[in-house]
Every structure is written in structure tokens, then in C-alpha cells.
Design a protein around this ligand. Structure first.
Ligand code: SF4
Length: 290
């Protein structure tokens, strides 16, 4: 397969065929993100894509999922995305799920009819980075879209029948804004009603603006206990009507937990509380990763 840079994929796409359709991220300005440092966003040449599909057709017959990389492949023109999904169906007929990342901007640019057609052609799942439901935090980290736009986009995807997965970043408000970040993120999730929410814990990446801000004391990263308190507050504040799969078991998390809301809320909160009281050991820093 022809990869440029290091294609990033969600943890639940670990066993998927990673088809890199475009390299990098069209936004690439979030202050905390080091995923595509130094990589200028561009579409991959058609012949590289054709060769990758031929390779997958020969050697990836046991993998029944495809993930279209890199950041925000939903931003591809509708016709191109449709052609690509048709090609995947033709060349890899055993594939039963194709997924990609979508941003607030790219979700808004696809009409309801286009989203429904993409679903019909095999697009099954869209991963969205909400990061925070607090508009002020999103402005500060230069997310480029508002929480309101991301919520609206997620709801449109759901209405089109797509599976929606959203990511929230613990610690993104620093030590000062943690309560508001938690409450507003829980509210955003309750409004959006995604099928699943993944809670990752912020790690400062050298070379990013946020890393620099932390070095000069303008941003203070919450410690492990505050990160857990923030997660607990989020889970407490997601509305009781929201039925959602929770994943807080990413490599960056201090306490790997997962479950379904609302039924597992008490168990999840008890696990967090036990860890905060020192009854469960946390993942040591050297074992954390992105
Ligand atoms: S967080 Fe997502 S949108 Fe922001 S720069 Fe990174 S890949 Fe692009």
C-alpha cells in the first residue's frame, strides 16, 4: 500500500484495510494536533489508489472493513466519494463497512440526499472530532468550526442512517475551564445523540502550539485526577435519555473503562471514583500513547 506520512485511524479501525485517499488534513490548524505536522494536504494520485485497491483485492481478503484516510475524507467531492465507494464494492465485494473522518465543515457541505446516497453505496460510519462542547475552548484551540456546527452535522449524519462516533478530548480546557468543558461536552453529546463517544486524554505533542503554550505557562495540563474528575462529570451530565456506547479505553487514558449509557452509568462512575481514591492503579505515564 502507498502511504504518505503516518495515516491515523480510530482504534476501532485497527483491523481495517487503510486506504489513503488523501494525505494530511485540509484544516491542519488545531493547536493540540500533531497528527499531520509538516504534511501539506493533497489528494493521492489516481494510479496509487488503483494500485492500492488491486493490492487489497489480492492480499486483504480476510479484512471486511475499509477506512478511508487521512483526516476529513468526507470533504472529498460527492461524485468522487461515490465513485470510490462503487469501486470498493466492485474490487472488494466482501467488505461490509467503509468508514472515514468527517469535520463540521464537510458534514455541512453534503446534502441530506447525498449523505443518503453515500450510505446506499457502502459508507457506514463517520468519526467526528468534537473535542469539546465549549465554544470558547474550540475557538482557543483553533478547531475552525463551532460545537453547534458539529452537533448539527452529527444529527444530519444520523438522519441519513450513518453510524456516528464522536471524540471528546479530556483536559483540552486546561485546569481553568474543566467544569464548563465537561458540562458543555456532555450537553453537546446529548444533543447530537451519536451512537458512540470516545473520550481521549490530552497529551501534549512537541511542535504543536499547545505544547509551546504549556512550556511558557499559558496552558496548564490537568493532572490524572483532574482528568478523571472531568470524565466523571461528563458521564454524569449526559442526559438520561441518551443511549450511547462509551469508550474511555484509548491508549492515552489513565483508567481504561467502557460501557453503555444509561445502563452502565453508575458502574462507570464507581470505577472512576475508586480510581480517584487510589483503589485502582492508573496507567503509568510511560505506557500512555496516542
Ligand atoms: S484535530 Fe482533526 S481537524 Fe484538527 S488538525 Fe488534527 S486532523 Fe485536522
Amino acid at each position: 500500500m502507498h502511504y504518505e506520512g503516518n495515516p491515523i485511524r480510530p482504534p476501532s479501525e485497527a483491523s481495517s484495510i487503510i486506504l489513503q485517499v488523501a494525505a494530511g488534513c485540509p484544516h491542519n490548524r488545531c493547536t493540540f494536533c500533531g497528527a499531520y505536522q509538516g504534511l501539506k494536504y493533497h489528494r493521492k494520485p489516481a494510479d496509487a489508489l488503483t494500485a492500492d485497491l488491486e493490492f487489497a483485492a489480492r492480499y486483504c481478503k480476510r479484512q471486511d472493513r475499509v477506512f478511508l484516510a487521512d483526516g476529513d475524507c468526507l470533504a472529498l467531492p460527492f461524485a468522487d466519494l461515490g465513485d470510490l465507494l462503487r469501486l470498493i464494492r466492485k474490487k472488494l465485494p466482501w467488505v461490509r463497512r467503509t468508514s472515514l473522518y468527517g469535520s463540521g465543515r464537510s458534514m455541512a457541505k453534503k446534502s441530506a440526499a447525498e449523505l443518503a446516497e453515500l450510505k446506499e453505496l457502502g459508507l457506514a460510519r463517520v468519526y467526528i472530532g468534537l473535542e469539546s462542547g465549549d465554544e470558547e475552548v474550540l475557538r482557543r484551540v483553533n478547531k475552525g468550526v463551532s460545537a453547534a456546527e458539529i452537533i448539527a452535522g452529527g444529527r444530519r449524519l444520523r438522519r441519513a442512517g450513518l453510524f456516528v462516533s464522536v471524540t471528546v478530548l479530556l483536559g483540552l480546557a486546561g485546569t481553568g475551564g474543566t467544569t464548563r468543558h465537561a458540562v458543555m461536552s456532555a450537553r453537546a453529546i446529548s444533543e447530537m445523540r451519536p451512537h458512540q463517544a470516545a473520550f481521549l486524554t490530552l497529551m501534549l505533542i512537541p511542535g504543536t502550539e499547545l505544547y509551546h503554550a504549556a512550556e511558557i505557562g499559558e496552558f496548564i495540563l490537568p493532572d490524572a485526577d483532574k482528568m478523571l474528575a472531568e470524565l466523571g462529570l461528563m458521564l454524569e451530565n449526559i442526559s438520561p435519555e441518551t443511549m450511547i456506547q462509551i469508550h474511555a479505553n484509548h491508549a492515552s487514558n489513565y483508567l481504561p473503562i467502557s460501557g453503555r449509557l444509561p445502563k452502565d452509568r453508575t458502574a462507570l462512575l464507581n470505577a472512576i471514583s475508586a480510581a480517584r481514591r487510589g483503589r485502582t492503579s492508573l496507567k503509568p505515564e510511560y505506557l500512555r500513547g496516542l
